[in-house]
Ligand binder design. Structure first.
Ligand SMILES: [Cu+2]
Length: 85
């Protein structure tokens, strides 16, 4: 039984949601016009993230509405999860 696949975000996980404006799975970069992320006092903005594992960006396209999880509040330009909303 794979618990990880369906597990909810861990307590303290920093998550956001937004619209993809650029994605480069080969480079492992994704730019998201995201809403406010209160956990780290971010207003809404458009910014580029680096995927910890570039493979998570496969199948993600410009215009997709996505939810994402940051690696941590400190490593807040690294995304560890990106899922289509
Ligand atoms: Cu941001």
């Amino acid at each position: 039984m794979n618990m990880e696949a369906s597990a909810p975000a861990a307590a303290g996980a920093v998550t956001g949601a937004g619209t993809v404006t650029q994605v480069d799975a080969a480079a492992g970069t994704i730019t998201i016009n995201h809403g406010a992320i209160e956990a780290i006092s971010w207003p809404a903005m458009t910014m580029q993230f680096t995927a910890e594992n570039p493979a998570i960006l496969r199948g993600v396209a410009v215009g997709d509405h996505v939810r994402f999880e940051l690696k941590s509040a400190a490593e807040n330009t690294v995304v560890v999860v990106v899922t289509k909303d």
